[in-house]
Structures are given as C-alpha cells and as structure tokens.
Design a protein around this ligand. Structure first.
Ligand SMILES: C[S@@+](CC[C@H](N)C(=O)[O-])C[C@H]1O[C@@H](n2cnc3c(N)ncnc32)[C@H](O)[C@@H]1O
Length: 439
C-alpha cells in the first residue's frame, strides 16, 4: 500500500530509548525523530509497519519547554547526535529514566539510592572517534565524518561540535587533504584521538600502498597542523607513525597522581572530565581499605587499576586484549606502582570459574565490561562472597540482566546506581551500580 504523503498533526507524548518522539494516530504508534514529549507537531509519514508508523517532522506547532536550537548545523542529517534539540538537563533525565526502567523491567531490581548524574562539558568533549571517509564524485569530493541519521551514506559535514576541537575543527581540512591524495578512493576511515596535552593523532587506514607523493602530502599536513599522522596498511598491528611530534599519548588522573600512556588505537574513555569524575566516584563507592585486595575486571590500560592501587593493598587487573594488558603493566612499572598484577583472560569464557586467580580472596571487585555485559564474570564471581562490587556499564540492558542475577540469585543488594553523561547529545547511556552483600 502506498504511503499517504499529506501532512498531519500529531501530539507527542513519549520518547523512545534512542530519542524519537512517539505519538498516536488512530491508536497506532508513530515515531518521529526530532520531536519531544508535550509537543504538537506537523509530520509526513515516511514508513508503515504492522505495529507502528514512522514520520518526518515538518513543523513544531507547539514546542516543549525543553526544546533548544541545536548548536550544530548538521544536526538531523548526521547520525552522530540524536538529542541535540533538547536541553542537556532533559537529556540526562531521559538517560536516567532509561537506566532505572531497564533495571526494573529487565532486572526486577531497584536501587536503594539514586546517584546524582555525573556531568561535564556537553560540547567539544569527545576525544576519540572513528571518522568514516568516502570519495563521492557526485558530491564533488571526499566526505569525512559520521553516517547520516537515515541512511547508509556519510553525512556531508564540515565540522563537528561534540568532537574535541582538535578533531572536530579539522573535518573540512581532512576532506580537502584526502581529495588531493592519489589514494583518495582507498582510504575508508581515520581513527582520531586527542590526549591531555592536546596532541592529536590521526590514523589513516589505507587499502593500497601510498605513493611517495601521498606520503609527502600527509607529512606536510602533520607539520602544518602540528599533529601525529599514523598509517595503517592492514590490521591493528600495522599502525606506525609517519610524521608529527614524537610525543607519547597520555592522559591522567591528577587526583590520584597517575597517568595512563596509550597508543592511537587503544580504548580510552571518550570524555576526559567524566572519566576523571567516574574513577573518583567508583573509588569512593568501592571504599577500598589500605589492606583491601581488589579485582579490576575488563581493566584495559589500567584506567581504574592504577588509581585503585593508590588506595588498596593490591589490585589484580584482568583483560582480554594482550597488547592493552602489556601497556597496563608498563603504565604501572613506569610510575613505580608495584602493587598491581595483570592477568590475560577471556572474561566471556564459561570456564572462568576454574581459573586460579578467581579463587584468591578479594574484598572488592570492579567490572567495566563492553556492551555485551559481564554474564560469565558475574556467574563466576556471584558465589565468591566478595562484599562490594561496582559495575560500570555502557549498556543499561546488559547491566540490568546481570543485576538480576547478582540480586535475585546471589543475594547482593543494589545499593546505589546512577548515570554518567559520557556522551552528551547522543542517546548513549553510561552508568554505575554498586552491589553489596552481607552488611
Ligand atoms: C569498556 S572497556 C573498559 C576499559 C577500562 N576499564 C577503561 O576504563 O578504560 C572494556 C574492556 O574490556 C575488554 N574486553 C572486551 N571483551 C573482553 C573479554 N571477553 N574478556 C576480557 N576483556 C574483554 C576490552 O578490551 C576493553 O579493554
């Protein structure tokens, strides 16, 4: 059946988890990206499914008080941000709702105490990004940036306000730079990162060997812009510095007197301010004592391990990526931190229970898993009797699933939970939950 393209009015009364307004037309749900609850809007239907329709926002007839002018020209086209049309307090309330609803609906748990959201800068905050690159003759050259919200293509964008200015302010220059390369059709992406000192590193993935003219152009760009240019001809092991300052990429936790060295492709938390606040809060909630033995699961480069080592007797970091773990070890050694140990293990492995390090006595555990959560680790740890467990999550659904097991199966209490606004303007929800037992 053909779609009816005539505009119609809709009252928006809810929001989906990814920030689309929801209204009802003759009882059937209609999803409208860019509309907010409480608004009356004029829309045009764009899709029809059995249980819901989708529509494009034409006009906001009665705006919600939370509506703001998006501080980005490409908002609505670029798929990077979903919530820029709402003020940040509203965005944070939405994220809180998502977290606590997931805990209740999926995990059948509620937190005894709600933590104040951890908040920081809402623009210029994002210090790591994978930028797509595509040469499109029809668009007159190279596109660099994020995917379009509604499509498979890259957005035609010239800057980005949520990225750190050292990256977001250079998107236009990167487009021109790649236009002028012989290999412009064989560069699919650039990984970008900025460290605490403001050193920017760009890793150019290239699918064919670069001509000497291209190498010279990239070298000149690095010199002009004062940034590091790395080349990546193959897998992650092939990354090497082509040009730019020799500086070691590094971020720090000044509160704990530790720094973390990292490579341009290593995982680091995207928001420097929130990361510092998150680590401080995690340690406050975990309350390690001077004689505590702490297990730090999914430890990465030692982002929590090293600060924890300043407070506790010993910290054991466990991580699946051997290269990251090697760097974590070097980070500790380089700063004379001698009370950490590191174990390389696959924490999704069902046989986790049998690993000898898990049988050691720990009195604190921190888990910071990827989006898939920590089901196997929770299963292995649940009956170990560790009294305090802090779970840092980037996905409320898997946190809630794991919370159900910790509470209803292993007898933990969900003492406190709250969001961290690690990704303002996106619908991405990061959170922290403290589980305790036996007190
Ligand atoms: C969200 S990151 C957290 C890293 C670190 N805690 C931090 O704050 O920077 C998740 C980490 O889990 C690791 N990881 C992912 N899957 C894993 C697995 N199955 N076993 C062990 N580690 C894994 C990743 O390599 C990554 O370092």
């Amino acid at each position: 059946m053909k779609l009816d393209r005539s505009p119609f009015e809709l009252q928006i009364d809810d929001l989906t988890l990814d920030g689309q307004g929801v209204g009802r037309r003759e009882g059937k749900a209609c999803f409208v990206p860019g509309a907010l609850p409480g608004e009356r809007v004029r829309v045009v239907q764009t899709g029809r499914k059995r249980s819901f329709d989708t529509a494009r926002l034409e006009t906001v007839l009665e705006p919600a008080p939370e509506r703001v002018a998006p501080p980005c020209e490409w908002f609505g086209v670029c798929g990077g941000c979903r919530l820029m049309h709402a003020d940040v307090d509203f965005q944070r309330r939405l994220k809180e709702r998502n977290l606590f609803e997931a805990l209740a609906r999926i995990g059948h748990v509620s937190a005894a105490r709600r933590l104040e959201p951890l908040v920081g800068d809402a623009l210029g905050y994002r210090r790591t990004a994978r930028l797509g690159v595509k040469y499109v003759a029809k668009k007159g050259g190279t596109l660099v940036g994020f995917r379009e919200r509604a499509g498979r293509y890259l957005a035609d964008m010239w800057d980005c306000r949520v990225l750190h200015p050292a990256i977001g302010g250079r998107i236009g220059q990167l487009r021109h730079l790649i236009d002028g390369l012989d290999a412009r059709e064989r560069i699919p992406q650039i990984e970008a990162v900025v460290d605490d000192a403001g050193t920017a590193a760009l890793v150019f993935r290239h699918l064919q060997p670069l001509s000497s003219a291209d190498r010279a152009r990239l070298t000149a760009f690095a010199a002009e812009e004062g940034l590091q240019v790395y080349l990546q001809p193959g897998g992650p092991d092939t990354v090497h510095l082509l040009a730019g300052p020799q500086a070691q990429l590094r971020y720090g936790h000044p509160d704990f007197g530790v720094t973390v060295d990292f490579g341009p492709l290593d995982f680091i938390q995207v928001h420097a301010q929130i990361n510092r606040r998150m680590v401080r809060r995690a340690i406050e909630l975990l309350e390690p004592a001077a004689d505590s033995r702490v297990l730090d699961l999914f430890c990465g480069l030692g982002n929590f391990t090293l600060p924890l080592a300043r407070q506790a007797a010993e910290v054991v970091g466990v991580e699946g990526d051997a290269r990251m773990l090697e760097r974590a070890r070097a980070n500790a050694e380089g700063q004379g931190i001698r009370n950490t140990r590191y174990v390389c293990a696959n924490l999704e492995d069902e046989a986790l229970k049998d690993l000898p390090w898990l049988g050691e006595s720990f009195d604190r555990v921190l888990l910071d898993p990827p989006r898939t959560g920590a089901a196997a680790a929770v299963e292995a740890l649940g009956s170990s009797g560790i009294p305090r467990l802090l779970y840092v999550s980037c996905n409320p659904a898997t946190l809630a699933r794991d919370a159900e097991r910790l509470v209803h199966r292993f007898g933990y209490r969900l003492e406190a939970a709250g969001i961290m606004d690690m990704f303002p303007h996106t619908a991405h929800v990061e959170s922290m939950a403290l589980f305790v037992r036996g007190v």
